[in-house]
Each structure stands twice: as C-alpha cells, then as structure tokens.
Ligand binder design. Structure first.
Ligand code: ADP
Length: 398
C-alpha cells in the first residue's frame, strides 16, 4: 500500500489551521489536525490531535509573528513524529480574474493572485504569505492552491457581471463569491443524488447563500468581496452604495488622506457592521441569543435582520432556479442555531419549505423538514479539507 500524506492549510487573521490526510490508494483518512492560534500575542496555542481526538501536541508558545507560528507547524511535520506531507493544499478565497483554476503554486502564481488583494482584503495577504513560507519551508513538496472562487466559476455572465462602467469590469471587478469549497463539499456529500434545484446557506461568522443547478453554481450572494451578500457577523452585506458614500464623506471630514479614508471605510463595512454593528454587542450568535433572552432589543433587531435577509434571498433563488428540491443549512450557525433555522423557514411555506419542529431540534447532520414538506431541508456540516485533498490528488495525477 502506498502512502500519500497530504497537508491542508487554512490560514486566518490570527490562526493557521491544518490537517493531514492519508490519501494513498484512494483513501481519505484524516490522520491529524491542528492549529496555531493567537498569532500576534504572547499567549498563543499550538496543538495537534490524532484522528481519535487525542492531543499529541499541546503548547502555549508566544506567537509574535505569523512566521514563528508557521515554523512551529513546519518543524512538527519535519520532526519525524508525524508523516511528512508529500503534497500541500492551500485554501484561498479568490484568485482574481486570471487565476480561476486550482493549480500548482509557483512564486509567479502567488505574485499574480496578490495583484487582486482588494478582492478579498482580509484573506489574500495572509494566504499569499503562507504560500510563500510553505514553498520556502517545504521546498521539495508540490504546493497547490484551492480556490473558493473555483466553485462559482460556472455562474452565467448575467449573474457575475456587475452593473458598473465597463472600465472597472475590465479590471476584473465582478462577482466571485466565497465559501466555494464549503459549497463544493455539500454537493460532494449529496452525491450520487444531487438535487437538480438546490439552495445552500453557509451561515458562519461570514455568511453566504448559493443557488446550485445540476450541481453547479448558478448564483451566490457574496460579490466581488466577502463583504457583499447577506448581513454577517461583522459585515454589511449588500447595501445601498449611497450609504458607503455618506460614511466616506463623514470620514473625509476628519482630514485623513484618501488611502486612510478607504481603510477606515473598509473597516466600517467589513469589521464593525453586520450583527456586531446593529447589536452594538457581539458578532457571535451565541452572545446575541443570550442577550435576546434578557430582553435586549438591539440583539433582537440584529438577529431578525439576519434571518429576514436570508429568507428574502432564499425566495429570490427559488425564482432563479424556477423551483426548489432541497435547502441545506451549514456553517456554525446553520448547524447549531435551531432558532435561526426555524425563524428563516417560518415564512417560506408558500415556497414548499416546511420544517418539523422536533426534527429541527438538533445540532449537526439531519433532515429537518416535515414529512409532507415539498422541499427537503437538511443540515450538513461542510467537509472543506476533504475537498482540498481531492483536488490535490487529482492535480498530482496530472
Ligand atoms: P467561521 O466563519 O469563522 O468558520 P463558524 O462556521 O465556526 O465560523 O460559525 C461561527 C458562528 O456559529 C458564530 O456566530 C457562533 O456563535 C455560531 N454558533 C456556534 N455554535 C452555536 C450554537 N450552539 N448556537 C448558536 N450559534 C452557534
């Protein structure tokens, strides 16, 4: 039996998550998973667990820089205590207009993707940094990029094209969407019976919703950047451009430079808005649910805005798909927030979506629609790392 350990890397603003899969001879067995968390602090965490959940590494190092954090991962995987990867898959939100396919990473490819940092400003710089470090620290191992935007590449132009002057469209400004690897993993898990007309709501800290026809993306809520679409933890979602201009002018009145004003506006729209902005309390759904129990009206408004917007979006996607066979909830809120699912579906019976309250009283994978609901409603956790491993194995074989 040949061994093919594949490392999957998923880097965020303060953490690097990773997993190692054995992918030899068609297997997809997770061997280890781990994370370095708390990057930029003296109180970091570095852990690795085996497939049974036993902690094999459990440290609390100082993690002043991302370089130090990633070196810990590389050193552990080179130590001989764990299988050294023979291939590495990197999650990347958006490759820009010129990089739409998952592929082998070269220094030139990273430079090219980095030109479009503005299309995923919170994600691209970090992902590119880790890719460069990975080429340096694993010089003999092929590294592959797996794009969220890959799943959304099938959107027709009428959907992806933005209603802006052509000169900006020519610069690559259009709808790319995000969470594509999660959506791909839901379709994968539904095989071989992928419904013809499917809507998936990925509701996590970032939230989006996608209409899928015959297993391919037809439309998705996130736009050029992950700030577009439905309201989420700290992001506005789609909003009247006049609102952004009003805020921009207010910021400009404080006498900052144009670049500083743009940064401040970006922070308002993507870090201070959404559930956090409306509730003035938290971007975390659990905190908001606790506050609602105590009668907090702003928390109630924030959550109502969230569920209302999602219900509206489901309605428009049913129109685009000309019907619906299945609705799937995924992501931290989609999998765990029983009330959110009930509130979203409450007014959708005319679309054939009828939840069973007992079945919905569940966390994790389940069918939650009533027996007589014309549309099946399911909860399915994403399997993003598995999808990345599948792409890596496919690309290795090329
Ligand atoms: P990310 O987008 O960072 O991957 P997740 O998919 O982990 O986020 O989802 C995080 C969200 O899920 C948070 O808003 C969190 O409050 C919510 N969540 C997690 N568990 C629960 C729960 N039991 N009830 C309600 N919300 C939950």
């Amino acid at each position: 039996m040949s061994s093919l350990p594949v490392l999957v890397l998923n880097s965020g603003s303060s953490s690097i998550k990773f997993s190692v899969y054995e992918a030899g001879d068609g297997q997809r067995a997770k061997l280890h998973e781990g994370a370095v968390d708390g990057i930029g602090t003296d109180l970091g965490k570095f852990w690795i667990k085996d497939a049974e959940g036993n902690k094999l590494v459990d440290q609390t190092p100082a993690l002043p820089t991302r370089a130090i954090a990633f070196k810990l991962v590389a050193d552990a995987l080179h130590s001989g205590d764990f299988p050294a990867p023979v291939a590495i898959g990197h999650r990347m939100v958006c490759g820009g207009p010129t990089v739409q396919e998952n592929q082998l990473i070269t220094p030139e490819l990273i430079d090219e993707m980095e030109l479009y940092t503005a299309f995923a400003p919170l994600h691209t710089p970090i992902a590119c940094y880790i890719m460069r470090e990975s080429l340096r620290l694993f010089p003999d191992v092929p590294n592959f990029v797996c794009l969220d935007s890959y799943f959304h590449r099938t959107m027709p132009e009428v959907v992806s094209h933005m209603p802006i002057p052509e000169e900006y469209s020519a610069m690559g400004v259009r709808r790319y969407g995000a969470h594509g690897i999660s959506y791909e993993s839901i379709v994968y898990q539904l095989q071989p019976n992928v419904p013809k007309k499917l809507i998936v709501a990925h509701l996590g800290n970032g939230a989006s919703i996608t209409a899928i026809r015959n297993g391919e993306c037809l439309d998705t809520s996130m736009g050029l950047t992950p700030t577009g679409g439905i309201i989420s933890g700290t992001r506005t979602g789609d909003i009247d451009p006049g609102v952004l201009l009003f805020i921009l002018r207010k910021i400009a009145e404080t006498g900052v430079t144009a670049a500083e004003a743009a940064d401040k506006l970006e922070a308002v729209a993507s870090k201070k808005a959404g559930l956090l902005g409306v509730s003035e309390l938290s971007n975390d759904m659990r905190d908001l649910r606790d506050a609602i129990k105590e009668g907090n009206a702003k928390a109630r408004l924030a959550v109502d805005k969230f569920t209302w917007t999602i219900a509206k979006w489901i309605g428009s996607y049913v129109a685009e798909l000309d019907g619906l066979d299945m609705l799937v909830f995924t992501g931290g809120i989609g999998e765990n927030d029983i009330n959110a699912r009930a509130e979203i579906c409450a007014g959708l019976s005319a679309l054939g979506i009828v939840l069973d309250p007992q079945r919905n009283n569940v966390r994790g994978e389940a069918v939650i629609s009533s027996e007589h609901s014309p549309v099946t409603v399911r909860v399915i956790p994403p399997a993003e790392d598995l999808i990345i491993v599948n792409h890596v194995v496919r690309l290795l074989g090329k």
